[in-house]
Design a protein around this ligand. Structure first.
Ligand SMILES: *[C@@H]1O[C@H](CO)[C@@H](O)[C@H](O)[C@H]1NC(C)=O
Ligand SMILES: *[C@@H]1O[C@H](CO)[C@@H](O)[C@H](O)[C@H]1NC(C)=O
Ligand SMILES: *[C@@H]1O[C@H](CO)[C@@H](O)[C@H](O)[C@H]1NC(C)=O
Ligand SMILES: *[C@@H]1O[C@H](CO)[C@@H](O)[C@H](O)[C@H]1NC(C)=O
Ligand SMILES: *[C@@H]1O[C@H](CO)[C@@H](O)[C@H](O)[C@H]1NC(C)=O
Ligand SMILES: *[C@@H]1O[C@H](CO)[C@@H](O)[C@H](O)[C@H]1NC(C)=O
Ligand SMILES: *[C@@H]1O[C@H](CO)[C@@H](O)[C@H](O)[C@H]1NC(C)=O
Length: 589
């Protein structure tokens, strides 16, 4: 969006390689798209929410992908760039959403889920008289007397967004770092890495000045340092873009640079390890992401292109940063750019396609190609651009499916038990694998595994271990409490209100003006009292089976509820009316 000043973000794509091109003889069979959420209120100290700007960013990103994949040139009144060449996905529903062709995943955080909704509103905007065959077609819309009924809100299209909590093993594919104890531990220790110590030293004054200037409003002095660079940048960017502080664009650029270095060390330092050397524990989010990409393509190929035509994953910055390093995008022709933070709404895209032939025959494995595209945010100046991966040059920006698969398999996570083992995770679905991988790694290795460090750092690391062990212990007991609660809920009647974010400390909503809404944003404004109400339930009734969310993050665990079991349906509606908000549509008739 033009609203995010391009000057500040310095959208210089000058050195960018080939812009996305598509020749008419290509057929796109499947695409896996990874989207960073749109702008939020600051992630520090309060419950972050998607801002109107963030929602607009995602809507425009969705419209751009509509243009590319659905080959639909209707003017949506949205400011998007129509230079991006269209590359329609074979057989995908172009007008009415066909949920069976899509695989949409988000975490349960309101800002990623909201981002998914806004994106889908741009991808499949409301449309009257659009009825997907797989959803019953015209027949489902026609009454006995011949009257045809539209979906509400001028043909709103209802996407099936699967939001996965920590209780759900699907969550590891979109945010493999969450609930991963070894990652948390390694992240805590990262502040003793030589680079981090040096950066913290060099920038003490810089942060101290900014503390007086703006951070004192919400941060403690001992939080205002390099170890919190991302949160500080995120906060300052919000203040800057909303005119709430006198921070300069130069200061913001420095903060962004520091945040990128901090995040790269925490999420892409391939020297650090957890249980075993070389396990790339800090890049765990990118490792599990690679598995998800391969799975959607494998799924597509084995079904000869009937499902997983388009898979959309909505997540935070960690998978992006990990993947850029794991895939060696940082070593490619535009490498340095991938060491910077992705902009809000950024998209990583993997396309599976064939060249020549016709689209009525699914190609043989050896005729399939893969390319990687990246769009750095949603500014109209940001193009969807093709980049080479795995150390290739520009001339190799497309590679065969076999080579792509082999390259991704060098660092992906082979299975759910694999993730549980690497992470020493106490997530409930890991418990069944725990006899084999054992609790052995939990605490014993914590002090010594970073043995390559300078002696001072090692001593500090050792000093950390009781705290780390405490975190892991706390997480383990929370998990047991979680199981007990699950039992209680299933037996009857305990209700929770969702306590949205483990980082949350106070419920002040700060600059988020929940009551202001735009006419076009009816469904987002629905959670107007500050997005405290879990409104994802209705999408999840089909999935069933998941009842309680246990978030055992290191910082402090909270127990959340997610009403997704059929028998809790009435409770869900009760809660809606308690809040004085009417459901979007009648729930059954
Ligand atoms: C058909 O039935 C619906 C619902 O009962 C009613 O609203 C509509 O007016 C009827 N149409 C005609 C043509 O009678
Ligand atoms: C910040 O403010 C405090 C108290 O007013 C002052 O002592 C300190 O020198 C200031 N720090 C910087 C870097 O300006
Ligand atoms: C910014 O504002 C703060 C307090 O509002 C003030 O102390 C500081 O001097 C200002 N800084 C600049 C660079 O104008
Ligand atoms: C990566 O992590 C290792 C182990 O913690 C540390 O020794 C090293 O300095 C880190 N590298 C960078 C560039 O920070
Ligand atoms: C893969 O995508 C193609 C093209 O959209 C589609 O026809 C095919 O059914 C998909 N296969 C699977 C297994 O999803
Ligand atoms: C994305 O944008 C940021 C900020 O404008 C920039 O520093 C970075 O180089 C960009 N990344 C890529 C891959 O172009
Ligand atoms: C597509 O290719 C297949 C195999 O080459 C051929 O049998 C079929 O007739 C072609 N279909 C069209 C519409 O050209």
């Amino acid at each position: 969006m033009a609203l995010l000043s391009a000057a500040v973000l310095g959208l210089a794509l000058a050195a960018a390689p080939t812009e996305a091109v598509q020749s008419t003889s290509e057929h796109i069979w499947s695409s896996s798209v990874w989207l960073l959420h749109g702008e939020t209120t600051p992630i520090h100290g309060r419950n972050p929410s998607l801002t109107p700007i963030g929602a607009q960013q995602m809507l425009s990103q969705g419209a751009l992908f509509r243009d590319r994949y659905l080959d639909w040139t209707e003017n949506l009144g949205v400011d998007y760039d129509d230079d991006d060449v269209s590359a329609p996905i074979v057989g995908i529903g172009r007008i009415a959403i066909e949920n069976s062709q899509l695989d949409i995943a988000s975490s349960t955080d309101s800002f990623t889920f909201g981002s998914a909704l806004a994106f889908l509103q741009g991808l499949y905007p409301p449309r009257t008289q659009a009825f997907a065959e797989s959803a019953g077609g015209m027949e489902a819309a026609t009454l006995a007397n011949g009257t045809m009924l539209n979906y509400p809100l001028d043909g709103y299209q209802y996407p099936n967004i699967k939001s996965a909590s920590l209780l759900d093993q699907e969550s590891i594919w979109i945010q493999g770092h969450v609930g991963c104890s070894q990652y948390e531990r390694s992240k805590i220790l990262s502040r003793f890495d030589a680079m981090a110590v040096k950066a913290a030293d060099t920038n003490t004054n810089f942060y101290a000045e900014l503390y007086n200037q703006t951070f004192h409003k919400d941060f403690d002095p001992d939080e205002t340092n390099f170890d919190h660079a991302y949160e500080l940048y995120d906060y300052a960017a919000y203040e800057y873009h909303h005119g709430k502080s006198n921070i300069t664009s130069g200061q913001l650029v420095s903060l962004a640079d520091l945040a990128a270095r901090e995040q790269t060390n925490k999420n892409a330092n391939l020297t650090a390890y957890g249980n075993t050397p070389g396990d790339n524990i800090r890049a765990i989010a990118g490792r599990s992401m690679a598995t998800k990409v391969l799975n959607s393509f494998d799924d597509n190929i084995s079904q000869a292109g009937v499902t997983s035509k388009l898979s959309l994953q909505f997540t935070t910055q960690e998978p992006f940063i990990s993947f850029f390093t794991l895939s060696d995008a940082i070593g490619g022709p535009s490498g340095d750019n991938f060491l910077a933070l992705p902009n809000p709404g950024a998209a990583m895209v993997f396309e599976l396609y064939s060249i020549g032939g016709n689209d009525s025959v699914y190609p043989a494995d050896e005729d399939l190609w893969v390319r990687f595209l990246y769009r750095n945010g949603t500014d109209p100046a940001a193009k969807l651009t093709q980049y080479p991966l795995f150390g290739n040059g520009n001339e190799m920006s497309r590679i065969t499916w076999a080579e792509f698969k082999a390259s991704m398999e060098r660092f992906d996570i082979d299975s759910v038990p694999g993730w549980c083992g690497v992470c020493n995770s106490v997530a409930p679905f890991c418990l069944e694998f725990s006899e084999s991988s054992g609790g052995s790694g939990d605490t014993s290795s914590s002090g010594s595994s970073d043995g390559g460090n300078a002696a001072g750092a090692a001593a500090q690391a050792a000093a950390m271990s009781p705290a780390v062990a405490g975190v892991i212990g706390a997480a383990a007991s929370i998990s047991l409490i979680g199981l007990a609660l699950l039992g209680a809920i299933l037996m009857g009647g305990i209700r929770f209100h969702r306590n949205a974010d483990p980082k949350q400390r106070s419920s002040t909503l700060g600059g988020f003006r929940g009551a202001e809404k735009m006419a076009s944003d009816t469904d987002i404004a629905y959670a107007k009292s500050g997005a405290r109400h879990e409104r994802t339930g209705s999408w999840e009734l089909r999935g069933g089976g998941r009842a309680v969310t246990v978030t055992a993050a290191a910082a402090g665990a909270t127990i959340q509820s997610k009403r997704s079991v059929r028998s809790l349906r009435d409770i869900d509606d009760d809660d809606i009316s308690e809040m004085g908000v009417a459901p979007v549509k009648p729930r059954e008739f």
